[in-house]
Design a protein around this ligand. Structure first.
Ligand SMILES: NC(=O)c1ccc[n+]([C@@H]2O[C@H](COP(=O)([O-])OP(=O)(O)OC[C@H]3O[C@@H](n4cnc5c(N)ncnc54)[C@H](O)[C@@H]3O)[C@@H](O)[C@H]2O)c1
Length: 270
């Protein structure tokens, strides 16, 4: 059921690669709620992914941009405002990639060039996109900017390696830029800390299925799905959350507040 929560709002959605992507589900939900937007992803993802299908379904223009390139981001914001016929009300940053994880490097044998790439793609890009939005004066007042993160920013997880540092930095950028953008334009900036979710990025973490099952058992409501995350994001883009900013919002079925669950006790006592 749709509520027209985003009627008349314009935005940019980063990171829809295929139908499993959290950004893909979010784009569909935003469309359903009356929002219009441009879709963007790294040029290489245009070839590997299926973003064209989504663009057709959502009647959205695709504007390729490497989120680490200030030049690409500037073009993206200018073109989006032009195509959508006005300034931007919402932005979703749904981007993550670690070359160290992709190439199976253990935490004690990091390639530091790749480490810097992880930080650039997965965290600094969030600062770059907000700085670009500010410099191009592309945001409307009371706009909303959301990035997706993971609880590995606060707790250690095996095999999440340098992405844990990237997420910690991402969340910190949300606070610092959130303070700035609130004063400048009343724009709010938040991160959503999402449950493990079966996507291309998620499946790249070794042992992902065990992670997923453990989190599901440790969460009184179970893991939040990508669709749940899309709904939550829509609420953060809507006018009902205008005073929420600089927060890391746990969207995890209760995982982060649970010490132990009966389900896990039963499972481990077998
Ligand atoms: N899947 C999970 O378990 C999970 C849990 C919590 C948070 N997250 C976060 O959700 C976000 C979306 O990931 P997902 O799980 O939907 O996976 P996904 O693989 O579908 O999305 C990741 C996206 O990042 C894009 N990307 C990579 N490098 C880029 C670059 N240089 N420029 C622009 N885009 C680039 C990819 O093309 C892809 O579309 C990520 O930030 C991820 O860390 C995922």
């Amino acid at each position: 059921m749709a509520y027209n929560l985003l009627k008349g709002k314009r935005g940019i959605i980063f990171g829809a690669l295929n139908e499993d992507s959290i950004a893909w589900k979010t784009a569909l939900k935003v469309k359903e709620e009356g929002g219009s937007f441009t879709l963007t992803n790294a040029p290489i993802a245009m070839r590997l992914g299926k973003i064209n299908e989504l663009a057709e379904q959502c009647n959205a223009a695709i504007i390729p941009a490497d989120a680490t390139s200030e030049e690409d981001l500037t073009k993206l914001f200018i073109a989006s405002v032009e195509k959508l016929g006005g300034k931007i009300d919402f932005v979703l940053h749904s981007i993550g990639m670690s070359p160290n994880i992709r190439k199976g490097k253990p935490y004690g044998d990091m390639n530091y060039e790749w480490f810097l790439k992880t930080l650039d793609i997965s965290a600094l890009s969030f600062h770059k996109l907000m700085q670009t939005a500010e410099k191009t004066d592309a945001m409307n007042e009371w706009g909303s900017i959301v990035a997706l993160t993971y609880i590995a920013a606060q707790r250690s997880y095996p095999d999440y390696t340098d992405m844990a540092q990237a997420k910690a930095m991402l969340e910190s950028i949300a606070r610092s830029y959130g303070a700035r953008f609130a004063k400048l334009k009343k724009v709010r900036v938040n991160t959503i800390s999402q449950s493990p979710t079966r996507t291309t990025a998620g499946a790249g973490i070794s042992g992902f299925d065990v992670f997923f099952d453990f989190a599901d058992m440790m969460s009184p409501l179970g893991n939040a799905s990508a669709e749940d995350c899309a709904n939550y994001t829509v609420s953060l883009f809507s006018d009902f959350t205008r005073m929420v900013t600089m927060q890391n919002l746990m969207h995890d079925g209760g995982f982060s507040s649970a010490g132990m669950t009966q389900e896990l006790v039963d499972r481990l006592s077998k």
